[in-house]
Structure formats: structure tokens, C-alpha cells
Write a protein that binds this ligand. Sequence first.
Ligand code: ZN
Length: 323
Amino acid sequence: MYGKIGLEEHFAIPDTLGGSLVYFTGEQDLRTTRLLDLLDLRIQQMDENGMDMMILSLNSPAIQSICDPQRAAELSRKANEELADAITKEPDRFRGFAALPLQDPDLAIEELHYAIDELGFVGVLANGYSQIGSEDNYLYLDDPLYRPFWAEMEKMDVPFYLHPREPMPCNAHTLDGHYWIHGAPWAFGVETATHTLRLMCSGLFDEYPKLRIVLGHLGEGLPFLIWRAQNHLNKRRRGMPAQKPLPEYLNENVWVTTSGQFTLPPLVCTMMQMGADRIMFATDYPFEEVSDACVWFDGLQISETDKKKIARDTANEFFKLGL
Ligand code: ZN
């Protein structure tokens, strides 16, 4: 059972639930109950499936869809403190990713210090771009405005989990009339892969080479697609600021998790492109069943050495968990 550590394991507080109810079948949806539960329901499933620990984070979009920076800061603080309470009650089972008000990089840096230095959180998780001031105004994390934030992240050596969110409607007309491929079935992955390419291509990792980015869903398709992207950029760079080939950033600044990808072919592709050392276990609870993730993982026909690394050892070292 490997004493697995899960990295993409979500919770909510009532104030952050609103943005995700569009995906649910109503207030009584089991996912709502599971998101709000920070103790018994969750620990029972961990026990039944050989998971020692979950590193918890708010589900998408939460703070990133709160347009008012001050309100985003207040709710980040509230969510971080509620999570810290749960971790205090179950210190052997839970750790935390900080929610940050990225609508305002200065406020984000302030909350970053509070969450890491005071609450003892082990990383940051953001749900994609942030809406700022009005619903139609949004910023991706490659924007120059965020460079001081990234400088602080590098200085503090804090990992950053870039989690999916729905693309802005104005950027998603290819989905018009095809509601079924919004969200997790398709749009989340494309949106997040594109956001990651923006970070790589902007030269962010040339400026801050020690930044550590974590992607879910076995890299949101990038391990499969990145060779082709670079192959064509080799023929014509189109003014791209990045100094290195994109696969180098994937193999130096990016780690991925198994969240929501419980099948062998993409895992093998990711192992071949990035190496088993850059892959860590995750379920994506409660949007996936803990048992589905764990039964698949425990039965995988890969080496025991790689399984132990992916299940636990890499995360233990990466987040300095001291287990
Ligand atoms: Zn997730």
C-alpha cells in the first residue's frame, strides 16, 4: 500500500464553494459534503486505501475568481487558517498548500509568508489565472507584475502547484455548444498546459531557475506534446524570450502528479519524457475516488523502486515533510 502521500486533494470552506457549484448536481452533491469534511470521512478513505497523508488545497476556482483583491486576501486568510486548524488536529495525516490572493502580488507575498512561516504550509496552490477588479479582467502568472512574487517564491524555495480552472469564456469559443468538454473532461487540461507554456516561454525560469512548479494530471498533456512544440520553435522562434529548449524547463522546473490519470499509457509516456523522479502520487479527491487512484497505483506493473518514489519518497523530500 506504500504509505502514499497525495498532492492534489481538495477541500473547501463554505465561502469558496460558490464558484464550483456549477459542476455539481446541487447543494446535496456528495462532493460538497466531501469538500467540507476535513476529518473523519476523508481519513476513513485514506485508511482504507493505504494513504498516509494528503497535502490539502482549495478546489478550483476558489480565490482566483474573487475579483476584489481585498476580499480575495480575506478569504485566503480564512481558508488557510481553517486548514491550519485541521492540520493541527491531524498532524500526521494532513499538510497544507497555501491559497493566495494573486489579484495583488503584494498581498500574495504577505499571505505567502504568513502561510509558510507562521502556519507551516509546505507549498502554494493556485487555480490558474486570477480575475482582478472585474470579471472580464484577468492575468496569467507570466505577467511582469508577478516577477516580484516569483522572486520571493524562489528565495523561499516554496513549490507552486498550478491547478486547472475553466478558461475565460472570451478565450474558449472553440467550446461553444459543446458544454460536455468544458472543465475536467478537456478544457481544464488545455488551459493549464497553455498557462504552463506561457510561463516557460516568457523566460520566467531563466530569471528564476530554481522555481519548482507542480502540474496535476500527469503534466496536462505536456510530456506528450512538448517535443513538437520545440521542434517548430527550432525552425522559427517567433520572438520567444525563453533561452532554453522547452523540454529542459519541463525536466528542470516541473514535477507532475498522477491526479485523475489512472491509466498506464500516459504514465509510461511521462516516465520516458521526464523520468520517474519527477512524478508524485495524487488522487484529485473528491472529484475522483481515492479507491480508484489507489487500486490502480498499487497494482501498477512498474518497478518497486519507482513505485516507492512516486508513492511517497519524492514528495517527502520535495516538500521537506520529514517523514
Ligand atoms: Zn484538482
